[in-house]
Each structure stands twice: as C-alpha cells, then as structure tokens.
Design a protein around this ligand. Structure first.
Ligand SMILES: NC(=O)c1ccc[n+]([C@@H]2O[C@H](COP(=O)([O-])OP(=O)(O)OC[C@H]3O[C@@H](n4cnc5c(N)ncnc54)[C@H](O)[C@@H]3O)[C@@H](O)[C@H]2O)c1
Length: 361
C-alpha cells in the first residue's frame, strides 16, 4: 500500500478514522475492522458502480460476508424520498438485519442518502463512507450530516449520524470530470480561508498541482481539510455555533444554486462565487483588507471557479438568503472573514449587502 494517512474524528464513543491515500478501495484490511455483522449492502450509482464497484466487492470477498449492491440513478435530482426508499426496499428485500453494514460508494449525494438510510433503517445500522469525489472527501463524508432534499428545500430532511470509518481513495479522483474536481477545490479553499492561514498559502502555491489532480497535492489537501473539519466537528457536532463557520461562502452560494435552479451551477461553483461575495462584504464592513480579498479571488479564479454572480436581481437574492438554514426569523447571518484563519458571524446592514450584490454581477 502507498503511504496512507489517517485522521481521527474525536467524538468519544462515536470517534472514527478517516483513511486517506491512493488505491484504498481495494484494501480488505481497511474494511475488516468496521464490519461486525454477516452482511454488507453497498449503495452506489450508475456512474460509480462500473468504475469502482468490482474493486470494492473484491476487497470485501475475503471477509466472507453476504454482499449485495443497490445501484441508484445518478444525480442531485434523485436525492429524494423516492430514491431513499429504493435503499429500504433492497434492505428489507434481502432481509438485512440490525448488524448489516451499509457502504456508501460515491460522491456527496450517495454519502448523504446512504448515511440517512443507515440512520433510519431499524433505527440505526452501521455505515462506512467511501467518498469518490473531491468534495465528498474533503467535506460531505466527514462530520455526520446526512439527509435528502424535499421539493420545498435542499437537505431539509436528515439526521446527524456518524459513520464507522471514512475511506478516501485519492486514486478514484483520476476519473472525476474537471468541473467536479474544481467544485471540490472550492471547499478546500474555503477550509484554508476560514481556519488556517498557512494552509491557505499552501493552496495558493499548489493550485496548479490540484488542478492537475497530482496525488501528492490531493493527499495533502484532503488531509488538511479533514483535520480542520474534524476538529471543528469535534468541538460542535450539531452546529450549535462554531460549526457554522464551515458555511463561509454558502449564504450567497445557496442563493445562487436555488435562484438558478439546482444543477445549473455545481454546489462548489456556487460556493466559490459565494466566497468572493462574502469577502467583498467583509471588506465593505471594514473587517477584511482588500489585499486579502484579492488573494482569495485570485485563487478562486485559478481553480477555474466563477467569481461573477448570476444576475438574479437583488431582491431575489435577499429573499433566497432569508430562507437559508442559518437565517433566524428572516434575519440573514453572514460568515465573514477578518483575516485568513479568522471569521465572524454577523448580520449586515442592507446597504452593504446591496452594494455587494450590485458589485458581484
Ligand atoms: N453532508 C455534508 O456535510 C455535505 C457537505 C457538502 C455537500 N453535501 C452534499 O453533497 C452533494 C454534492 O456532492 P458531490 O459534489 O460529490 O456530488 P455528486 O455526488 O453528485 O457527484 C458528482 C458527480 O460525479 C460522479 N462521480 C462520483 N465519483 C466519481 C469518480 N470517482 N469518477 C467519475 N465520476 C464520479 C457522480 O456520479 C456525479 O455524477 C450535495 O447533495 C450536497 O448537498 C453534503
């Protein structure tokens, strides 16, 4: 096995390891300690199963478990109750019991749905995350947020439910489309910006290596992002306060995604643009100096992410931000930057918000 790094998420009896390295999906030894029962159900989709399904099934074979696979349709549009029910149909159909382990093999959509299915099936069965997109390796597979979309809101139905382990195979990113890779880099940039000035400087220096999908750079980016997310989650598992800083760029970003219709821009693209907007607002409110904003915008551009917002109209942006999960009684909460590594969460005067929206399009 090539060099593998393990980051631990310290959550007491719910603590778990995140293994990061190349070609981990085929490593039987990484799965063995986390599968207690006699059966395993792999949940994946029509894109990822042909790429990595056989490698995972071969890795599980020596364990002598009953292994079944549920192949779901691909896409955010399928992250809903109907698709979730396909997982329950398969589990009940195969008489899966309380010790059956679910394995999520795919990006954030598969990870969120499988985690939620694991939280619900028989009131909770173990699950393992095998994230295969950069976004899911640096963000969605870590921290225990699981769920599905409702026609009236994204990720509105869900649960906090931690996996037994996360196995992040950097090698799987070789087949990822460039646009999906860039969307994951957006979350890496976000993590550096909010939590670690040195990591942000490292990202600036290594952005081309990340764009080229170089394994060494990807391993470092996933490791550092997971360490930071794990430490934030360990301090605030259920988003009572601190965890909200992970939503830097997401208030504007969610408005872009919802306003354009989900799927038009990738989540990471909206977050990229949303970070540029949040940095602009941070400068207007006197928290951040403009040179730091420029550095952030430059690295977002270098990652091939958009920084110019779609023209939805200022009123529409405000309406959409008011229904954001962070808003309280309609008052919008912004995560702003003071400097790299330091954030604050605050409301903002209408005039400044409108100025940012006007400047962004
Ligand atoms: N739970 C959380 O904390 C959290 C955090 C951020 C985002 N999310 C959720 O994550 C989802 C987005 O995740 P995503 O960006 O991974 O999208 P995704 O799961 O839709 O994956 C993107 C595309 O890449 C394909 N794919 C996956 N792995 C591949 C590979 N190795 N090679 C080729 N193609 C591959 C997928 O089939 C899909 O078509 C959203 O639903 C979002 O709400 C959750």
């Amino acid at each position: 096995m090539d060099r593998m790094i393990t980051v631990n998420v310290e959550l007491g009896e719910r603590a778990y390891p995140i293994h990061i390295g190349a070609d981990l999906i085929g490593q039987t030894a990484l799965f063995a300690p986390h599968i207690a029962g006699s059966s395993v159900t792999i949940v994946t989709n029509t894109t990822v199963d042909p790429l990595y399904g056989d490698t995972l099934r071969a890795a599980l074979a020596p364990l002598g478990k009953l292994v079944s696979t549920v192949v779901l349709p691909d896409g955010e549009a399928h992250k809903n109750l109907g698709t979730l029910n396909l997982i329950f149909d398969a589990l009940l159909g195969s008489r899966a019991d309380r010790k059956t382990t679910l394995i999520a093999l795919g990006g954030g959509v598969i990870g969120d749905m499988t985690g939620f299915a694991a939280a619900c099936y028989m009131r909770g069965v173990p699950f393992i995350q095998v994230p295969t997109t950069l976004l899911s390796q640096v963000d969605s597979s870590v921290g225990g947020k699981t769920g599905i979309n409702h026609p009236l809101g994204k990720n509105m139905i869900g649960a906090f439910y931690q996996p037994q382990a996360v196995i992040a195979d950097i090698g799987a990113l070789r087949t990822l489309p460039a646009r999906e890779l860039a969307a994951g880099v957006a979350e890496v940039i976000k993590t550096g910006a909010i939590a670690d000035a040195d990591f942000f400087t490292w990202i600036e220096a290594n952005i081309e290596a990340l764009n080229r999908c170089e394994p060494g750079a990807l391993t470092e980016a996933v490791k550092r992002s997971c360490e930071i997310k794990a430490s934030v989650v360990a301090k605030d598992e259920r988003e009572g306060g601190l965890r909200a800083i992970l939503n830097f760029g997401h208030t504007f970003g969610h408005a872009i995604e919802a306003g354009l219709g989900y799927g038009e821009w990738l989540h990471g693209e909206a977050v990229g643009c949303g970070m540029a907007m949040a940095a602009d607002l941070s400068v207007r409110m006197g928290y951040l100096d403009d040179a730091a904003r420029r550095r952030l915008v430059d690295v977002i551009i270098a990652a091939h992410l958009p920084t110019k917002a779609p023209a939805l109209g200022e009123r529409r942006y405000v309406e959409l931000m008011q229904v954001d999960k962070k808003a309280e009684a309609g008052a919008i909460k912004f995560i702003l930057l003071k400097r790299f590594g330091e954030t604050l969460i605050t409301q903002a005067p209408d005039a400044e918000v409108h100025a940012t929206l006007a400047a962004a399009v």
